[in-house]
Design a protein around this ligand. Structure first.
Ligand code: MN
Length: 265
């Protein structure tokens, strides 16, 4: 089995190292990860700058091929699959992220995007995140990493539906069990701290906090807050299929708008 690992916390993150340590015992592990932290990079890619790749050696993981890239998580997975690996990986695993990726955070998450890139390329993928609890130590990731070692064979034997990835979020211990969930609708309420730089110019520092919407127990954030490992199947098709019939009823009006546009009115 060939496993490609990536993340958005950077090549030297403890969460990535925890996955390396566990997964090297079940397959050939490749690591292609950003050179520096790229959290909240979303699905951005680098097209106007060169991508440079450096090989590194993880201590105590001789057989693991590891590279860092001066790009985004999505760059890393694309580059690994299209240019660095001689054969396709059987699975892409991204993480373990320091901090949860639930609700709307999924959109901004580089961790999820690295896994999404796998699923876009037709490769089964898992994104793994650990709920924040201040300072994460390497040992905090061990349980989640061991779970992923046991989850990978399940995903590969049961066959993940095409273009689907699993978004896994670990709660604070003690862990009550597993819940298969949907993405919650909670939002991050931003605050912009207005400050002055030494030259007297205004700048803003973006902060804020999650505003949880109570939306039942089968949503990712609530399951995690309730002490369950949340597992959400995600896909990158952003179509709101249920809205198509309604928007089609607007067709005549929109055709008229197009005609008016042609008339330059
Ligand atoms: Mn991160």
């Amino acid at each position: 089995m060939r496993i490609l690992l990536s993340n958005d916390d950077g090549i030297y993150a403890d969460g990535l190292r925890a996955l390396v340590d566990e997964l090297k015992s079940i397959g050939e592990v490749w690591v292609v990860a950003p050179e520096r932290e790229m959290s909240a990079a979303g699905h951005s890619i680098t097209i106007f700058d060169p991508l440079r790749v450096e090989k590194i050696q993880f201590k105590g993981a001789k057989n693991v091929k590891a590279f860092y890239v001066n790009g985004t998580p999505a760059d890393c997975v694309k580059l690994a699959v299209r240019a660095l690996m001689p054969e396709l990986p059987d699975i892409v695993v991204s993480g373990i992220n320091k901090g949860a990726n639930v609700a709307h955070n999924v959109i901004y998450s580089g961790t999820v995007s690295a896994a999404t890139e796998g699923s876009i390329l037709g490769i089964p993928a898992i994104a793994v995140s650990l709920r924040n609890h201040g300072s994460h130590k390497k040992s905090d990731f061990a349980l989640a990493a061991r779970f992923i070692r046991h989850l990978v064979p399940i995903v590969l034997t049961k066959n993940l539906p095409e273009h689907t990835l699993l978004n896994v979020n670990f709660p604070h211990p003690p862990i009550k069990g597993i819940k298969v969930t949907k993405q919650a609708k909670s939002i991050f309420v931003e605050e912009f701290d207005r400050r002055l730089d030494p030259a007297g110019r205004v700048y803003y520092w973006q902060t804020g906090k999650m505003s949880y919407f109570k939306a039942g127990t089968d949503v990712d954030d609530q399951a995690m807050l309730d002490g369950y490992v949340s597992i959400t199947p995600l896909h990158h098709d952003l179509t709101k299929h249920k809205a198509i019939p309604k928007i089609r009823t607007w067709s005549a009006d929109m055709e008229k708008a197009l005609k008016q546009a042609h008339k330059k009115k």
